[in-house]
Design a binder for this molecule. Structure first.
Ligand code: FAD
Length: 393
């Protein structure tokens, strides 16, 4: 019997990959280090591009139960509070991209993928509490050894083990990710605690100097997801001196009253030190490849990291069907197709961060240029991302 694929990492990317493989009749074992499979309690934006992947993964109906479909993507100036621009997520958007723009709680997306995997026990084995500490490519098979000393064998291995990927360390070996100097605080707020005048059914970015705040509803509108990001000079001095809520308030001191009100509503924030890497062309070695953040970690400013991870899985499964057992050839074809698309997202995400955090003339220009755009112009500016050529065929 053919050996299964080994997938290291049971995050959104790992589960999406296992499901995509199963839809093409390939079996896999997902090895996750955490004692329980799970995701953090925060929101996630879903571009129209990822809804195409949901169709291919057969989960659109389930996702639809948990997603919220905002009425627009709004940018407001964090200092004046004024609206800069709103991209309407209306019929015209739907007609242009044939799919909606959604937001979802991460736990819900992760659970939908996991439950779909669990429906296919003959093809997908989900194994938690398995921290992979070593991998080997023996040519005719691969092996992954866990911290507890178990060894799993497979026909080929996919590292979906995230930003700090050990698989990447072994096959690419390009050191640690870049610390961006940007810090993010995340929280969810019950809608009843949200100021009534700010309960917009929109994805809103309050863009300020070296800071921005994102808000949008999740869980059928029961909660709001809040993400506050700022540059931290303290952090750049060393790993031990990262910020706290007092620093958050200090960084947003110049923000308009609604933003400061929103920040004051949260008692405890979870903090992330944002990291990325420059794009690379080659993330495959023999019968081992990477996927998601392990392959192309990015800053979150385009809200596409998980979207890209799911596209990766679908693309990879498509290439494997044409491989006739030559997994290395399929991995190379997959990375060739994904390289420039994911590189563009990585690089554009960085640029968006500069636009969100602009000051002086750059901020004035941003507000003027974005303010003048028609919805049609805004749609076309996103077409490369939201309307890509077919993936996974
Ligand atoms: C603030 C913020 C906001 C974001 N917003 C969005 C958004 O709106 N939309 C979007 O698409 N993306 C967003 N992203 C990006 C998104 O979160 C990531 O790109 C996505 O989660 C990557 O998924 P992944 O499966 O590749 O990696 P991960 O989610 O990191 O999963 C990796 C898994 O591998 C496991 N693992 C690691 N090492 C081992 C090991 N040795 N053995 C076994 N298991 C291992 C980990 O425990 C983990 O479960 C955001 C990111 C941040 C920081």
């Amino acid at each position: 019997m053919a050996k299964p694929f080994l997938i290291v990492g049971g995050g959104i990317g790992g589960f999406g990959c296992a499901l995509a493989l199963a839809r093409k009749d390939f079996s896999s074992i997902v090895l996750e280090q955490a004692p329980e499979f799970g995701e953090i309690g925060a929101g996630l934006q879903l571009g129209p591009n990822v809804f195409r992947m949901f169709d291919k993964l057969g989960v659109t109906g389930e996702i639809d139960k948990y997603a919220v479909y905002p009425k627009g993507l709004m940018m407001r100036d964090c200092v004046t509070g004024e609206e800069v621009t709103t991209l309407p997520l209306n019929e015209a958007f739907l007609k242009r991209f044939k799919n909606p723009y959604g937001v979802i709680h991460r736990v819900d997306l992760h659970r939908v993928l996991m439950e779909e995997c669990q429906k296919l026990p003959d093809q997908i084995q989900l194994m938690n509490g398995r921290k992979v500490v070593d991998i080997d490519d023996h040519g005719d098979h691969v092996a992954a050894r866990t911290e507890a000393g178990e060894t799993f064998e497979g026909c080929a291995l996919i590292g979906a083990d995230g930003l700090w990927s050990g698989v990447r360390a072994k096959i690419v070996g390009d050191g640690k990710p870049n610390v961006s100097g940007h810090i993010t605080y995340r929280a969810v707020l019950k809608t009843s605690d949200m100021p009534e005048e700010l309960r917009w059914q929109m994805m809103v970015i309050w863009a300020g100097e070296k800071t921005h705040l994102v808000q949008y509803p999740v869980r059928g509108g029961e909660m709001f997801n809040l993400v506050a990001t700022f540059h931290s000079s303290k952090f750049s001095e060393g790993w031990d001196s990262f910020g706290d809520p007092a620093e958050l308030n200090e960084r947003f001191a110049a923000a308009c009253a609604p933003v400061r009100l929103l920040l004051s509503k949260i008692e405890s924030w979870r903090m992330w030190v944002l990291c990325d890497r420059p794009p690379i062309r080659d993330w495959t070695k023999g019968n081992i490849t990477l996927l998601g953040d392990a392959a192309h970690p990015m800053l979150q400013y385009l809200a596409q990291g998980a979207n890209m991870a799911l596209e990766d899985g679908v693309c990879l499964a498509g290439k494997l069907t044409k491989a006739r057992g030559d997994w290395n050839a399929a991995f190379l074809a997959y990375q060739k197709e994904r390289y420039l698309r994911t590189a563009r997202v990585q690089l554009t995400a960085k640029l968006y961060g500069e636009v969100y955090h602009a000051s002086g003339a750059t901020r004035d220009l941003r507000n003027a240029v974005l303010g003048e755009r028609t919805p049609e112009q805004a749609f076309e500016s996103m077409a490369w991302l939201y309307d890509p050529p077919e993936i996974g065929e």
